[in-house]
Design a protein around this ligand. Structure first.
Ligand SMILES: Nc1ncnc2c1ncn2[C@@H]1O[C@H](COP(=O)(O)OP(=O)(O)OP(=O)(O)O)[C@@H](O)[C@H]1O
Length: 543
């Protein structure tokens, strides 16, 4: 451990102890040396004894800074791992990060772009439009076409901080199974690894640029959603340049209402956009928080979403989509047997899972959900309950499904906030059923034919030649097989002959031995000589 790592670890331990987080460790796990060590750190006593454990954890993460705040935010979505009192507190974490100097932002952008900002932009505003833990956003105008743009720039000093904190997180993750009774189930190293990947992905703005371009293409000319244009010629790993959008924040319900927004349509569109992204495009925005969703001022009766920050996206395979849609439909038909079978068929749980037991477990967990009216059932909670049950039956954690469930939970929450009577199932069911119908039978066949048609048309002129080649190859293959068969036959014949000669030779030698034993002269020598000659001929044939 380097001295700076040691110092940081000291700070982390101090923050944990002064927030009384040693309370997380059960008494029986507090070994004698550990207890003595904690006691010796008398200047690190719990300074917030009046606060509940969840709140103290939230405050501690907030004190430790952006890397830990984001970690807490991610953990808040893993309700399968933490009790609600902790997860609810983690969900309150906000990264209020002070902006860094605009001049430093300018230098950083210029270093990435390899020239003065004025070469490409006018009116660069050194005052940040927004500042978050990883990046900061400034406005400017593109010189080439007068387009108002934003420049998102990664914080100059953030990478080493992230790397150092992640290294320490791994170290602490190694202690968790020893300290917490449930430590192994929490799979701390895996959780840190997942977080590390998300953070490192967010550090590369070229990824976000590519995701934004893809999402914009998927919703090209859509009245439901608008995605700003990315100016990829100006983008670098540290800098993203995109069209500036002017919309109402989705969190500003008063402003939405003042603009005359049809809240019912807005809420339903949120659900439709999500299902379209998941099932039609296999590409969904997975960082849905209020800072990333806006609504256009235009056409409030027919409201259009504006989506930004595509740093984190999810995608499902064809198989996953199909099983997911079937799962939803089976669940809402209360066909738990089908739900269990689907989990096995999809490979989400092992093939040898006892389907009856699994069905029973799903029924136990899911049936109470139907106590509520259908319109109040949460898809996100249904999925969470299903996955939690499946995990008891050794379902592997599937990151793409966790991301999907987390996004779905958020979309539902948002939808109900916008329009409390939102009936999710009625909004989503026709979409899912049409999609399912589209996946099987004549439409699926027609689509497959349509997809493959250009390939076949391209290959058609080559068909006669391919046919001739294949016939020729078949003939050549037949000739080789005939030759091989003849060789095998010849060899077998020789082996039969040699076996016969060995037999004759052996008989002659045995005869010679018998004659010799009976003291008959001359004949044994002749017979032995003949036997040896016959054996020699047989050996030659066998060679
Ligand atoms: N194209 C844009 N037009 C106008 N404002 C924008 C644009 N892009 C980003 N912003 C503003 O900057 C803020 C931060 O942007 P963004 O979410 O992309 O950054 P971030 O570092 O990923 O933040 P977070 O970690 O909170 O998601 C947004 O909430 C929005 O207010």
């Amino acid at each position: 451990m380097t001295p700076s790592e040691f110092c940081r670890l000291y700070v982390i331990v101090r923050v944990f102890l002064t927030h009384g987080l040693d309370e997380l460790i059960p008494k029986m796990r507090l070994t004698w040396p550990l207890r003595m060590w904690c006691r010796s750190l008398f200047w690190m006593r719990n300074k917030h004894p009046d606060k509940a454990l969840g709140e103290r954890l939230r405050l501690a993460l907030q004190t430790l800074g952006p890397v830990w705040i984001k970690f807490g935010q991610m953990m808040s979505t893993r309700r399968d791992l933490f009790p609600p009192v902790i997860a609810d507190q983690l969900a309150l974490l906000q990264d209020q990060v002070a902006p860094f100097d605009g001049e430093l932002a300018r230098q950083h952008i210029e270093a990435s772009m390899g020239g003065k900002l004025e070469q490409w932009f006018d009116d660069f505003d050194p005052q940040a439009l927004a500042s978050a833990s990883i990046a900061q956003v400034h406005t400017a105008v593109l010189k080439s076409n007068g387009q108002e743009v934003v420049l998102k720039v990664i914080r100059p000093d953030i990478k080493p901080i992230i790397e150092a904190d992640i290294r320490l997180m791994y170290r602490i993750a190694g202690w968790v199974p020893k300290l917490l009774p449930d430590g192994r189930r929490l799979r701390p190293r895996e959780v840190v690894r997942e977080y590390e990947k998300t953070l490192l992905d967010e550090l590369n703005l070229l990824r976000e640029a590519a995701n934004t371009i893809q999402l914009r293409r998927n919703f090209d000319n859509s009245p439901m959603m608008y995605v700003p244009e990315v100016f990829s010629d100006y983008c670098h790993e540290n800098v993203l340049v995109m069209e500036r959008i002017f919309g109402i924040s989705i969190a500003d319900i008063d402003a939405l209402e003042a603009n005359g927004t049809n809240m019912k349509v807005l809420a339903e569109r949120g659900v439709q956009i999500f299902f379209t992204q998941v099932f039609r495009d296999s590409f969904f925005h997975a960082d849905m928080h209020p800072g990333n969703i806006f609504v256009s001022y235009a056409t409030p009766e027919n409201p259009q979403y504006i989506g930004i920050d595509c740093g984190i996206v999810g995608s499902l395979s064809k198989g996953d989509k199909r099983y997911l849609a079937e799962n939803f439909i089976a669940f809402f038909n209360r066909d738990y047997r089908k739900v269990a079978e689907l989990h096995v068929d999809s490979g989400w749980v092992p093939l040898d899972t006892n389907v009856e037991e699994f069905e029973f477990a799903i029924r136990t967990v899911c049936e109470p959900i139907f106590e509520k009216p259908l319109s109040e059932i949460s898809f996100g909670h249904v999925l969470m309950n299903l996955f939690n049950t499946a995990r008891r039956f050794n379902m592997e954690v599937q990151p793409q499904l966790v991301l999907l469930q987390k996004t779905l939970l958020y979309i539902e929450g948002l939808g109900r906030q916008l329009y409390p009577q939102l009936d999710l199932w009625t909004t989503a069911k026709p979409f899912l059923e049409t999609w399912m119908r589209d996946q099987v039978g004549i439409p699926a066949l027609a689509r497959a034919l349509k997809e493959k048609a250009p390939y076949w048309i391209e290959k058609l002129p080559e068909l006669p030649e391919l046919f001739y080649d294949s016939l020729r190859q078949h003939k050549e293959l037949q000739n080789s097989i005939d030759k091989l068969n003849a060789q095998i036959g010849h060899r077998q014949e020789k082996q039969n002959q040699s076996r016969y000669l060995f037999g004759v030779g052996a008989t002659l030698l045995i005869g010679a031995t018998i004659l010799l034993a009976n003291h008959i002269p001359v004949w044994p020598v002749c017979l032995a000589g003949a036997g040896a000659v016959v054996w020699l001929i047989g050996w030659q044939k066998a060679a």
